[in-house]
Design a protein around this ligand. Structure first.
Ligand SMILES: Cc1ncc(COP(=O)(O)O)c(C=O)c1O
Length: 458
């Protein structure tokens, strides 16, 4: 009764992110009621393993009392403090310092946001300011990667390269350029890592020279393209792209909103990729989704140019909730949990997850298995040799998501038949094994659908 009325209220009033409004009205909301560890429970009492950590963000897992206590303590003491007017609060200052200490290289300056989209948006503003301060105002062109995701702000959504985020919104802007994704499974040069790296380097070089080497301000890359379908570039790809940007004097932004905070193993994927970007954007795992917060990391040289450029004037970029003390208190506690064992557990669980998914490679529907740490995907096809995606008429995303849900598993089902995994780092062996078993059951059931059976080869 209670949940039925919630469904009606939701249908009438709550506008959902990235949804077909009509499709959602017809289907109705699924209400989540509670969660503990890696398990979520819906309003009907159905328990599921959250194989996607909410929206790849609850890296620590649900129900940590110490996080709740840290937030409550901070709310009692000082629920809000602005960082305007040279004011501050202890947790925000401490969190900035702790993060700077752990960030790669000289990413020593941290600007706090409310999430990932405004972190990306902030970098665009900082980058324009930087080049103007440096006396190169003509550097106003930005390059990103097809199938990349950099959030949903008015300008950030134009760096994002997913059709839904552009169609009907009048973006991308003419200063936002794209190069092809490295996408190893579907790269026209094949799956050889060196050939993929060479192709991406050639594409970026060509784009920079076409746009004008003195016009390009910055290049954006995710260490793993998350929302584009968990696309894992070959080892050495990030470093090669970073080095090329350095040669051209183009700023390099590593968007670690998904990959940060243990998702791929270490605190930051950039460390493993052996690069120091000029900016690094993070969010999600920063507070493990318990409260909103994002962070822009800025390299020393960028900070100094902006600071000197502004001199005694204010750099006019700010948010009421930048450096929010409650979010910062949560961030500090979450960091303690990561370093107190969760990162290590994530590495162990990630290896088990990858091994389990590899075991599904022989399934007739599985064309590709890929991932790093606790970030993984399988790509469904109907013909392994031709890599034919499931037909759009089969609505693979809806079908696979609903079926996995019924089987007690939350996954991310992408429209093109990619299934994404980003479980909490706290997963036990049994929970990882259950993710694999429930995936297999979901795939077996899907294979039995007459319309799928008809088109599957082999
Ligand atoms: C790489 C990347 N950048 C930016 C964002 C935007 O973050 P948010 O949804 O917190 O605004 C996301 C969100 O998934 C992301 O994956």
């Amino acid at each position: 009764m209670r949940s039925n009325s919630l469904i009606e209220l939701d249908r009438a009033h709550l506008v959902h992110p990235v949804a077909s409004y009509r499709g959602h009205e017809a289907q109705g909301v699924r209400v989540l009621a509670s969660a503990k560890g890696a398990t979520v429970t819906d309003a009907q009492g159905h328990q599921l393993i959250d194989g996607f950590a909410g929206l790849w963000c609850v890296n620590a897992g649900y129900g940590h009392e110490t996080i709740v206590e840290a937030a409550a303590r901070q709310m009692r003491e000082l629920p809000y403090a602005t960082a305007y007017f040279s004011l501050g609060s202890e947790p925000a200052i401490r969190l900035a310092a702790e993060l700077a200490e752990r960030a790669p290289g000289d990413l020593n300056h941290v600007y706090f946001t409310l999430g990932g989209s405004d972190a990306v948006d902030s970098t665009i503003r900082f980058i324009r300011y930087y080049w103007i301060a440096k006396g190169e105002p003509q550097r106003d062109q930005f390059i990103s990667i097809e199938q990349g995701y950099h959030g949903s702000s008015t300008v950030g959504a134009g760096l994002t390269a997913l059709p839904n985020f552009h169609a009907g919104f009048g973006i991308p802007f003419d200063w936002q350029h794209k190069i092809p994704s490295p996408y190893p499974y579907r790269n026209p040069v094949g799956e050889d890592p060196q050939a993929i790296i060479a192709a991406s380097l050639a594409a970026l070089k060509d784009k920079i020279e076409t746009v004008g080497a003195d016009r390009v301000a910055a290049f954006y890359a995710e260490p793993i393209q998350g929302s584009g379908g968990v696309i894992v570039p070959p080892k050495g790809w990030m470093k090669a792209m970073r080095d090329l940007c350095k040669q051209y004097g183009v700023l390099f932004i590593a968007d670690e909103v998904i990959t940060g905070f243990g998702r791929t193993g270490p605190l930051f994927a950039c460390s493993e990729d052996d690069i120091v970007p000029d900016f690094m954007t993070t969010a999600k795992g920063l507070t493990s989704g318990y409260v909103p917060m994002g962070a822009v990391f800025m390299a020393d040289h960028v900070y100094q140019v902006i600071a000197d450029g502004a001199g005694a004037s204010a750099v006019g970029h700010g948010y009421t909730y930048s450096a929010h003390p409650v979010s910062a208190a949560v961030g500090l506690e979450v960091l303690k949990l990561y370093e107190g064992g969760l990162l290590d557990n994530g590495v162990r669980a990630g290896a088990r997850l990858m091994a389990g998914l590899e075991g599904l490679r022989s399934h007739p529907l599985v064309g590709d298995v890929r991932g790093r740490g606790m970030l993984a995907a399988i790509e469904l096809v109907t013909d392994k040799a031709a890599k034919t995606p499931l037909p759009a008429e089969a609505a693979p995303a809806r079908r696979v998501f609903d079926r996995a849900w019924a089987n007690g598993l939350v996954i991310r089902a992408f429209a093109n038949g990619v299934i994404g995994y980003a479980p909490p780092l706290c997963c036990t062996d049994d929970e990882i094994d259950a993710i694999i078993e429930r995936t297999k059951k979901t795939l077996d059931e899907t294979l039995e659908d007459p319309d799928v059976r008809r088109v599957v080869k082999g």
